[in-house]
Design a protein around this ligand. Structure first.
Ligand SMILES: *Cc1c(COP(=O)(O)O)cnc(C)c1O
Length: 409
């Protein structure tokens, strides 16, 4: 089925059907098969999948959870909704990932779990991090929201830890409008998450799921690299007026648990997700081609490129490039209708309250802070042709000023 056909079929199911049932089972089955996982459970956002797994691991008040200090605010929020405290680890300036040593130093007597993110799709050093975790008998959850299909020494990321979470939001490897999946290797964790979900997780109501389907259709028909900037402004405008189901509510960006947080994916989104998995190899091949193009052009021009560690086989969500004139470059890009991303623009991206509210101390993550000041990212989604990619990177070389080392600028 084409993507458009899947979106239309899913939309009809969401508007006329029950919103749950067989389509969701089928999507979860496809995910289990792709990852060879003990179980996979689909929710309406990635952060909800993380929350479910934290609960499944028994993380609660008095516990600490170690995580990168370069992430989306929704990650520490899920930890806080579970009642625990986030402890942040700084990132490596060349991979944007935490290191095993950084994780080891951040462990506290109260640490109950470790979250490892594969930033931009670059796999983190999983063996070394798992060794640190094993030394304290701690479970690892992988944040794979950027990394669908990435491999580490031949093995898919998302299969190393007890569990992993993925996102189906607009900017991710593939989109189901909104969406999230918990993919679990640990059978005991999987059983507890399934039980918790069956007992207490709601299905989205007809209005919400119909709006999500309409948004998916609008994105599919209207958003191209040249229309990206305008579309984002329109969607944000609609969002502020409550006319969109946005990815974060006002309550949430300020750090409170929103109502109706613990929700499943809808049947219509599951139809789209199953179809995406059926075509995943095309998606992966396209991303590899664009990464190779960006890397080649940047290298030839003497620009920095992300470090691909030995053993890493990334499928990247966006291509990060540090510049010394980030704000100016993004403004010029918008004027020239060049799609260029700004995230992460803050160590807890999307936070609208002071970072102290999230127990974040910038002094503990200086590299992450610098990365936020310098890194822009280039698009790699299906709508980016080789020509558009070439135009984007040529634009970058012309208007951007390379930052050779984000630690010293
Ligand atoms: C997008 C993202 C999330 C959250 O995904 P949602 O589906 O929006 O909840 C978590 N971690 C990272 C690194 C992300 O980029």
């Amino acid at each position: 089925m084409s993507r458009l056909a899947a979106i239309i079929r899913g939309g009809l199911l969401n508007a006329c059907g029950s919103g749950s049932g067989k389509a969701v089972d089928r999507y979860e089955q496809s995910l289990r098969e792709y990852f060879g996982a003990a179980d996979a459970v689909a929710y309406w956002k990635g952060r909800v999948a993380l929350y479910a797994m934290l609960r499944g691991l028994g993380v609660g008040p008095g516990d600490d959870v170690v995580m990168p200090g370069y992430t989306c605010v929704v990650v520490p929020n899920a930890v806080r909704y579970a009642g625990a405290r986030p402890i942040y680890v700084d990132i490596d300036p060349q991979t944007y990932n935490v290191t095993a040593e950084g994780v080891r130093q951040a462990l506290t007597p109260a640490t109950k779990a470790i979250i490892v993110q594969h930033s931009y799709g670059l796999p983190a050093d999983m063996e070394a991090i798992l060794d640190v975790a094993r030394s304290r008998n701690l479970p690892v959850l992988e944040d794979c929201c950027h990394a669908f299909g990435s491999r580490w020494h031949g093995r898919l990321v998302g299969t190393f830890g007890a569990g992993a979470f993925f996102s189906g939001q607009w900017n991710k490897s593939y989109s189901t409008g909104l969406g999230g999946m918990a993919v679990m290797s640990d059978a005991a964790l999987a059983a507890r998450v399934r039980e918790l979900t069956d007992a207490t997780c709601a299905s989205p109501g007809r209005l919400v799921r119909s709006v999500i389907s309409a948004q998916l259709l609008a994105f599919h028909l209207l958003v191209f690299p040249r229309t990206f900037g305008l579309a984002m402004r329109v969607f944000r405008w609609l969002g502020r007026r409550g006319l969109m189901v946005g990815s974060s509510s006002v309550q949430e960006v300020e750090g409170q648990t929103p109502e109706g947080f613990f929700r499943r994916i809808s049947a219509g989104q599951a139809v789209v997700g199953t179809n995406e998995l059926r075509h995943i190899e095309q998606n992966v091949a396209h991303r590899r081609q664009l990464a190779a193009l960006y890397e080649r052009v940047l290298r030839e021009a003497g620009w920095p490129t992300p470090l691909i560690s030995p053993g890493a086989d990334p499928v990247m969500v966006r291509y990060p490039v540090p510049v010394t004139n980030k704000a100016e470059l993004l403004a010029v890009a918008e004027k020239h209708l060049i799609e260029m991303g700004d995230w992460f623009n803050c160590p807890l991206h999307g936070a609208e309250a002071p970072l102290g509210n999230f127990a974040f101390d910038p002094a503990s993550c200086p590299v992450a802070v610098r990365a936020c000041d310098t890194v822009v990212n280039l698009p790699m989604h299906r709508r980016v042709s080789q020509r558009a990619a070439r135009r984007t990177v040529d634009f970058l070389l012309r208007y951007g000023r390379p930052c050779q080392d984000i630690r010293h600028e």
